[in-house]
Design a binder for this molecule. Structure first.
Ligand code: PFF
Length: 467
């Protein structure tokens, strides 16, 4: 029967390793870099509330769906959907949607690696003492200088991509476990230390207020971004969690494990926000600064405390590792798929895919410098233009890729997986795979998967269109 198969790619030694790997995938730049800056851009409390609701009502059911699909089929996303659909006498075309998800993962990796590269750059900068005694304005200028230098970004982007490809080429199971065991707990400890620093700024409550005070007029503004980010943060919608589920031992309970991972991920996001915003306010920085937020505030903190140089280096090492363990999970679904479908070895498949992602990532690199003025989807004075050089509004190329992946493809991927599990595979298969002891808890879970999550995703899309 389907549930007793093993994956050709290997499997996790225990449930604990799945938790590590899935947490490694979930906790990354999304929590530490993206969540705080999006909270800043989309108005604080309103965004945080929407994010938490989306995690609980939409993200969790999707994460359960992906994990169980993976574990039942023990294959890469596209092959998993193909096989399970045929088993349930449905069309094999479901696999196309999963394939689109795997492409989305590669697109995300293309910019993820660039930002992961920034954290590598900062390890060196902090280590050199560049930020000792620095002021807010200089910290801002430092970041602006870094991103305006394409060669510098390319160097670190290349290194980051090579590091990710290296682990994948060795095989996820062998490559991941050892590093994550140490790094993940250490990341928590350092975030707590940073939080301690924020408490001393005198602006801690201002940070709390910003993050939890509800400005109802902004609720709708942040709804689609919050949903997209909830999926991004949990690593669902592109097959990453699915492929990790495929390596999960049959004896592990999916529900408890998945809830633990989601809680950890959410906890890290909130912690990162609580650590960053007091620093933003105490330094008179702008909360809606955008992608540079973390890279301006944290050096400022580290540059001005005792042992800041050392702590700063350790912190950015951990950010890089958190990013690295997420990047791996973005590459793995397509690698697993191509290994299953072709006779090419894991090494070559990985090398080719990493190169493609690296190349596409150059677009993100240039968005911050030589192509800074290239703007897409510009609407100025009521007129809409697809592309305009030098426009004040619109999105740069990084913005376009981020928008397309997070706001459109991730929710569509999430919808695919949750509908597939609850409608195509059906109640009995889900019940068998989840093996929850409590029948009413299962009923609630299945209801969330079957109705709440799919309708919720559609409603958010509709709300955005009608806005
Ligand atoms: N969850 C990761 C983060 O928050 O940084 C990013 C990510 C990884 C998104 C894997 C999607 C994914 F499939």
């Amino acid at each position: 029967m389907a549930g007793d198969k093993v994956s050709i790619h290997g499997s996790w030694a225990s449930r604990w390793v799945f938790i590590l790997a899935a947490t490694g995938s979930a906790v990354g730049l999304g929590s530490i870099w993206k969540f705080p800056y999006m909270t800043g851009v989309y108005g604080g409390g309103a965004f945080v509330l929407m994010f938490l609701l989306c995690i609980a009502l939409l993200g969790l059911p999707v994460m359960l769906a992906e994990t169980l699909i993976g574990r039942r089929s023990r294959q890469s996303p596209a092959n998993a959907l193909r096989e399970l659909a045929l088993d349930a006498a449905h069309s094999h075309k479901w696999s196309w949607a999963a394939f689109a998800g795997m492409i989305t993962a590669l697109l995300i990796l293309s910019f993820y690696s660039v930002v992961g590269g920034w954290s590598l750059d900062y390890i060196v900068d902090l280590g050199r003492g560049d930020f000792q005694g620095i002021g807010a304005e200089q910290a801002g200028r430092y970041f602006a200088d870094m991103v305006s230098d394409p060669w510098r970004l390319i160097l670190w982007h290349t290194l980051f991509m090579l590091l990710s490809a290296w682990v994948i080429a060795r095989g996820v199971v062998a490559g991941l476990e050892r590093s994550l065991r140490i790094m993940m707990p250490l990341l928590f400890v350092l975030l707590l230390i940073l939080l301690g620093y924020s408490l001393t700024t005198g602006y801690f409550m201002a940070g709390v207020h910003f993050m939890f005070n509800l400005d109802t007029s902004r609720l709708l503004d942040g709804l689609l971004p919050a949903m997209g980010h909830a999926f991004f943060s949990l690593s669902v919608g592109v097959g990453s969690i699915l492929i990790y589920g495929a390596y999960m031992p049959k004896s592990s309970s999916i529900a408890g494990t998945v809830v633990a991972v989601a809680l950890l991920d959410t906890f890290v996001s909130l912690l990162a926000g609580l650590a960053l915003f007091p620093i933003v306010f105490s330094a008179g920085l702008n909360a809606s600064e955008g992608p540079g937020l973390m890279f301006v505030t944290l050096p400022l903190a580290f540059g001005n405390v005792a042992f800041g140089q050392l702590m700063g280096v350790v912190f950015f090492v951990l950010v890089a590792v958190a990013a690295w363990s997420s990047a791996i999970s973005l590459l793995e679904p397509m690698v697993a798929y191509l290994v299953e479908r072709t006779k090419v070895s894991r090494l070559w498949v990985t090398a080719a895919l990493a190169f493609i992602c690296w190349f596409v990532g150059l677009g993100t690199v240039f968005s911050f410098n030589i192509w800074k003025e290239a703007k897409f989807f510009v609407s100025e004075g009521g007129a809409f233009q697809l592309y305009q050089w030098g426009a004040t509004g619109g999105l740069d190329l990084f913005g376009v890729i981020d928008f397309f992946t997070s706001r459109i493809m991730l929710p569509l991927g999430a919808l695919t997986f949750v509908v597939f599990a609850s409608w195509v595979m059906g109640r009995e298969a889900v019940r068998d795979e989840l093996a929850m002891r409590n029948a009413s808890l299962f009923a609630v879970t299945f209801f969330l998967m079957r109705y709440v999550a799919p309708l919720g995703i559609l409603i958010v899309f509709a709300a955005q269109l009608l806005k």
